[in-house]
Design a protein around this ligand. Structure first.
Ligand SMILES: Cc1cc2nc3c(=O)[nH]c(=O)nc-3n(C[C@H](O)[C@H](O)[C@H](O)COP(=O)(O)O)c2cc1C
Length: 371
């Protein structure tokens, strides 16, 4: 903690000293920089210390033993089990976006706690709407009553293609250390087959068919196309297959036909007009990409959770409950509603450390003092 104080205090002091000299703009600039530096350095380090406390004093202490309660998790045919997922796009291709890599180094994001679905590569590669130096044209926060309640995005599958991913990311993947799930999507089943073959040669624990992206401008894939594409992935995949459906798919028709093909079902974001039928999307206003986009996070829960509950009720294929927003959500869905796994995606924006924090807190709840 002393190192933090030293790092944070000089910035604040400078701002206070300069202001009385009368140069307001200089003081404001330095003040702003200080505040930013404070949040960049102080907040993550403080959280890091808290996590270390939880790890040292709860998880690894011999005084504590794991809760014996049988927990349902998803176990794939290759033996890989998981309870927590980072949704596609959350950690880029599984190893983190640039800003997340720093947080991973600090221990504030622990990708080992999750099965991490990579951002979807497509054939052909797609330009989409995402540009790293102005992401706000296709990703915006949704606030209600001053609180962040979700994210609307219209990234539209910006990606360099599966060859690039296999060449540049593939060699860095080690499923024993960080489990990554590949993702495939395509208008043409042929493209999906090619991507799938490419991913057979990289060290992933599964492959997920992203059956429809609401932001590519394409019509929703019809049910039989989804089933055909899932069969195509299954036929040639060296890995277990997951299928990611949209809440607007006819999942009551699709899911029974995926038995024997998909080992788990994942759920995507909700098209903006379904969540907000009478409100214009911010992505269609100033500095937006012009498309309404799709909603994720807390604001999407009534739709994504209804879909997850329906699929779970069928009892045919394990379903990953999406849209985790708080520790309470995790406890509700894993402990009360008995979903075998939950997924965090938009909760990473911009607080990329929160999913790791909630998982650690949840795990701490399930460790108890030995008698
Ligand atoms: C910025 C962003 C990029 C995304 N990229 C992909 C993607 O490449 N492939 C995919 O299947 N889903 C993608 N998604 C969808 C998420 O993986 C997730 O399914 C969806 O946003 C629901 O999030 P939630 O669980 O937080 O409600 C993306 C979402 C966001 C916000």
């Amino acid at each position: 903690m002393r190192a933090i104080d030293k790092a944070a205090r000089p910035n604040i002091t400078i701002a206070v000293i300069i202001k009385p000299n009368g140069d307001r703009s200089q003081a404001t600039t330095i003040g702003s920089i200080s505040v930013i530096m404070f949040f960049i350095y102080y907040t993550p380090i403080k959280l890091h210390n808290q996590y270390n406390y939880v790890n040292k004093n709860i998880r690894s202490s011999s005084q504590f033993t794991p809760d014996k309660k049988e927990k349902a998790v998803i176990t794939l045919s290759n033996g890989f089990s998981f309870e927590f997922v980072t949704g596609s796009g959350s950690l880029k291709y599984g190893l983190g976006w640039a800003h997340e890599r720093l947080l991973i180094r600090l221990g504030l994001i622990n990708p080992r706690l999750f099965a991490n679905v990579m951002k979807t590569p497509t054939i052909p590669p797609r330009k989409g709407n995402y540009v790293w130096w102005h992401p706000w044209t296709c990703i915006r926060p949704i606030f209600e009553g001053g609180k962040l309640v979700g994210i609307v995005n219209s990234v539209g599958l910006t990606n360099p293609g599966p060859d690039w991913v296999a060449e540049h990311v593939g060699p860095k993947l080690d499923s024993k250390k960080v489990p990554v799930i590949a993702s495939v999507h395509g208008e043409e089943t042929a493209g999906i087959r090619i991507a799938n073959r490419i991913f057979n040669d990289i060290d992933v624990v599964a492959v997920e068919l992203n059956a429809w992206c609401p932001n590519t401008g394409n019509q929703i894939s019809d049910s039989d196309t989804v089933i055909r594409q899932a069969e195509a992935v299954k036929e040639e995949s060296a890995h277990p297959v997951l299928v990611k459906l949209s809440p607007v798919h006819d999942f009551l028709y699709i899911v029974p036909r995926l038995v024997g093909i998909a080992e788990a079902i994942d759920i995507n974001s909700v098209p903006w007009p379904i969540v907000f039928p009478n409100r214009k999307s911010p992505l269609q206003g100033f500095f937006g990409c012009g498309m309404p986009g799709a909603v994720s996070g807390k604001k999407a829960q009534p739709h994504t959770w209804a879909c997850a509950r329906e699929i779970k009720r069928m009892g045919l294929i394990p379903v990953i409950c999406p849209s985790m927003w708080s520790l309470e959500d995790v406890v509700q869905m894993l402990d009360s509603e008995k979903f075998p796994a939950v997924s965090f995606a938009s909760r990473h924006i911009p607080f990329a450390w929160l999913p790791t924090r909630y998982v650690r807190q949840y795990q701490a709840l399930h460790w108890k003092v030995a008698e």
